[in-house]
Design a protein around this ligand. Structure first.
Ligand code: HEM
Ligand SMILES: [Cu+2]
Length: 588
């Protein structure tokens, strides 16, 4: 018996009798089912991603030539401002946390739903109106001071209405993010299946715990900054206005106190998803479970004390710049631990190079490029040289696009069968991956060189000597935009008419695969059971020699890693073997 079969046998009673067929109308209503809400998040944010992508394509069309010829300078400013705001606040953050977090966390820990289902629905339903509000600003003159909205630019008379709308919309989105964070923390701490200690949790849960802690600590600071900014803008106060005794640099501190942690809010969930996907498709235990789990916590903590690396050129005193330079570089350590653990996980594995795995490997490699340019810009002298140039645009897209967006797609391909009960087409998945990888690198790789040669970001016209590389970037951007089409067609077609998905198409060990595809309402008919750890792959027929409860559960030979449930104290109430169970289910 393989480990997957062992886990499936132990969990037969946990199967729902019937997969839940969700009526399409439910997706448009106030559902409190975490799976419906997760999918609502994913579909809604994907639509915003498409809108943000159209804006990006418009930006690149303007930049295809050195002159201002496609849109006016003002419209250009609005295009990149709204593009970035959508990509961050309406796509990456809510898709990673609200989307995948909602769908996966309760399933992975064997719970029936999130701790606060109604709060969960409220957190989602804030998003669509906030997004529409932001888009409505195009009717009154969209905001144009960048997604950072620095004063004094953002409080100047022109475009007041658009700026106020931007603040209101981001405040709403931040509220949603805080509500979701509370829910995740309580759910993970309080609702794990019996026998699942913290060190038996799937790594995605560690990632969500770290992400939620960050969101909870940092988002209120952004809210504070934006409320003060709104006063300056609309009520004539002078918190950030030097003529009235204020200081614009204070805004930068408050803004980055949130927005640097925000980049980890935008990447940690995907770190977690990659840690789930790689071992399944490499058929090997995850390497360094605890190292990966605790490095998420370390990244959260360090992420809170590096914010002023965005302000090296804002007159920050030299000694303070040293502090922020060193803390920033230290973050490379926990991040490197993760990357090496992932490489060690797939090293020597029996790789299944399907779409999910390709996107996961694309994630690791593209993210590493962004990480390296990140350490480069952390160095004060280098940053002074490339600050506000296309080098920064290249860096941020390697982490956010090469990282987060590749991670989202890896998740889509991996969990689509569980979410919809249908399989995606693999051939089209691979075509999608190839087009996206090539398009992405053509678009963003040349920006490193443009930046080092001094091309400014946030400008609609530029020195003609940069024309060739910019044209290449724009052609890459069109390819990148086209690469989304195979995915959309594949996803829509497969959802309606794709081949039916088995319960456990990838022979995974984590609990979401131990119920039907899609899971029934409340996920499991009865309490799920941990017969094996989340990553005990490749133990071959050793598993046939053991049954749970084990006589010596701590024997390291039985367990593929410290994460293995084999090392947990067996609990007779939920023993893997139905005959060994005693007493009532005590989960709820
Ligand atoms: C189709 C793919 C994309 C293209 C072609 C693209 C293109 C661009 C360009 C050219 C800029 C610079 C505008 C300027 O400084 O004048 C920009 C800015 C930005 N993009 Fe993207 N982008 C894409 C996808 C994404 C994604 C997926 C994210 C994030 C998740 C993202 C986040 C940002 C951010 C944060 C900025 C900074 C805006 C600012 O400086 O205020 N982009 N993008
Ligand atoms: Cu930062």
């Amino acid at each position: 018996m393989t480990q997957a079969q062992l886990q499936e046998t132990a969990n037969i009673p946990a199967h729902g009798s019937e997969p839940k067929v969700t009526h399409w109308r439910e997706y448009f209503g106030f559902s409190t089912d975490h799976k419906v809400i997760g999918i609502q998040y994913l579909v809604t944010t994907f639509i915003f991603y498409l809108i943000g992508g159209v804006l990006a394509t418009a930006v690149r069309t303007e930049l295809a030539t050195p002159e201002v010829d496609f849109v006016s300078r003002e419209v250009y400013n609005s295009l990149f401002t709204v593009h970035a705001t959508i990509m961050i606040f309406l796509w990456i953050v809510p898709a990673g946390t609200g989307g995948f977090g909602n769908f996966l966390v309760p399933l992975l820990i064997g719970a029936r739903d999130m701790a606060f289902p109604r709060l969960n629905a409220i957190a989602f339903w804030i998003i669509p109106p906030a997004g529409l509000l932001l888009l409505s600003s195009f009717l009154v003159g969209a905001p144009g001071s960048g997604w950072t909205s620095y004063p004094p630019l953002s409080t100047m008379a022109a475009g007041k209405a658009g700026e106020a709308i931007w603040i209101m919309s981001v405040l709403l989105l931040g509220t949603s993010s805080i509500l979701a964070a509370v829910n995740f923390i309580v759910t993970i701490v309080k609702m794990r299946a019996p026998g699942m200690g913290y060190n038996q949790m799937p790594l995605f849960c560690w990632a969500m715990l770290s992400t939620s802690a960050l969101a909870l600590i940092a988002t209120p600071v952004l809210a504070g900054a934006l409320i003060l900014l709104a006063f300056d803008l609309l009520a004539g106060t002078a918190f950030f206005n030097p003529t009235g005794g204020g200081d614009p640099i204070v805004y930068q501190h408050l803004f980055w106190f949130y927005s640097h942690p925000a980049v980890y809010i935008m990447i940690l969930p995907f770190f977690g998803m990659i840690s789930e996907i790689l071992p399944v498709h490499a058929r090997k235990p995850i390497f360094g479970y605890k190292a990966i789990a605790y490095s998420s916590l370390a990244i959260s903590f360090l992420g809170l004390i590096v914010w002023a690396h965005h302000m090296f050129t804002s007159g920050t005193p030299a000694w303070l710049r040293m502090f922020f330079m060193i803390t920033t570089m230290v973050i490379a350590v926990p991040t490197g631990i993760k990357v090496f653990s992932w490489l060690a996980t797939i090293w020597g594995g029996k790789l299944r190079l399907n779409s999910a795995m390709l996107f996961a490997m694309g994630f690791v490699s593209m993210f590493v490029i962004g990480g390296i340019s990140g350490v480069m810009v952390a160095a004060v002298p280098f940053d002074i040289h490339v600050h506000d140039t296309y080098f920064v645009v290249a860096h941020l897209h390697y982490v956010l696009f090469g990282g987060s967006v590749f991670g989202i797609y890896a998740g889509f391909y991996h969990w689509f069968p569980k979410m919809t009960g249908r399989m995606l087409n693999e051939t089209w998945g691979k075509i999608h991956f190839a087009m996206m990888l090539v398009g992405f690198n053509i678009t963003f790789m040349p920006m490193h060189k443009l930046g080092m040669e001094g091309m400014n970001r946030r400008i609609a016209e530029y020195d003609p000597k940069f024309a060739t590389l910019n044209l290449i970037c724009s052609i890459g951007a069109y390819l990148l935009a086209l690469s989304t089409i195979p995915f959309i067609v594949n996803a829509c077609w497969s959802w309606i008419a794709g081949p039916k998905a088995p319960d456990n198409p990838w022979q995974g060990l984590t609990l979401e695969w131990m119920t039907t595809s899609p899971p029934p309402v409340e996920n499991f008919e009865s309490d799920p059971v941990l017969a094996t750890g989340p990553y005990d792959y490749g133990m071959g027929n050793r598993a046939t020699q053991v049954d749970v409860p084990f006589s010596d559960a701590r024997d390291p030979a039985l367990s593929a890693g410290p994460s293995s449930a084999l090392r947990a104290e067996p609990d007779p109430a939920v023993a893997a073997h139905p005959d060994d169970r005693q007493g009532e289910s005590h989960n709820r």
